[in-house]
Design a protein around this ligand. Sequence first.
Ligand code: FES
Length: 300
Amino acid sequence: MKKVRIAEWSELQPASPAYALVANVDLVIVRWREEDAVSVLYGRCKHRGALMSDGMVSGDNLVCGVHYWDYQYRTGVSSYNNEERLEKFTSWIEDGGVWVDEDEIVAWERNNPQAYDRDAYQGLYADLHGTAQEPHTSVIRQLAAHGLERSGHHGPMTAMGVPGPELPPWSDIQFVTAQLARLPKLDDVPVGSDLVIGPNARRPLVLDIPIFVSDMSFGALSEEAKIALATGAEMAGTGICSGEGGMLPEERPRTAGTFTNSRPPASGSRWIYSRGSRHFTSRRDKERRPAPADTFPVKR
Ligand code: FES
């Protein structure tokens, strides 16, 4: 046994939790209300790990100050759910102090490793748990701890430098019902889903559906992925965009002959040529061998 003095008895207020740290384990000390007795429990709430020494005693319970989970302070067991239990360590009062056996706590820590880095930002108060309902908590915590040093001065970005959080999710897409603009059609009247880009152009681009495969070049995507996407686009009656990097002949059947690759083209009757801003792609156009495109996006 290795005896460790963790508090002065005279400084402990009855029913007022106090903090102690032994062998990398946060503890909570509770002097009982009406007897000269004390409990030393594992000091972190089973819910999200808040410090129980920041909580309060209410009746027979030690109550977490964050979301009010409670544990009987004499035993560490929750009355609400006996499965939830704060480990109770051996403790005693001697020579005006409260003592514990460090060996016992070390042995417990071996089976219950404590990940808290008490010298780091948020240290003692870090929330290592998180929940599935709070998917952004870890990002917020990382930004709070490291600023932008890990994500660059633009902050978190997704492909093409677009701030991910500002992109509309699929659930934001709303189809305005016909009733708001014109009389609805009857059930058996065919409705077109096609989209015409440039209806007044000499050769408008007609997509069968109002969705196309956007620009990710060969290189950013594998050959297999590009060909699969091009094939899928063709089957869906829509187009695929070249992306700003490498291009594949298989994406563009009408110009397949200008490429050395002899593989039969997979698709691409609606092919959108993507030319990047600045010099990135213009310098490489020779290698990319741009083919006659059905359209191209203009970027600013
Ligand atoms: S962290 Fe203790 S109740 Fe939530």
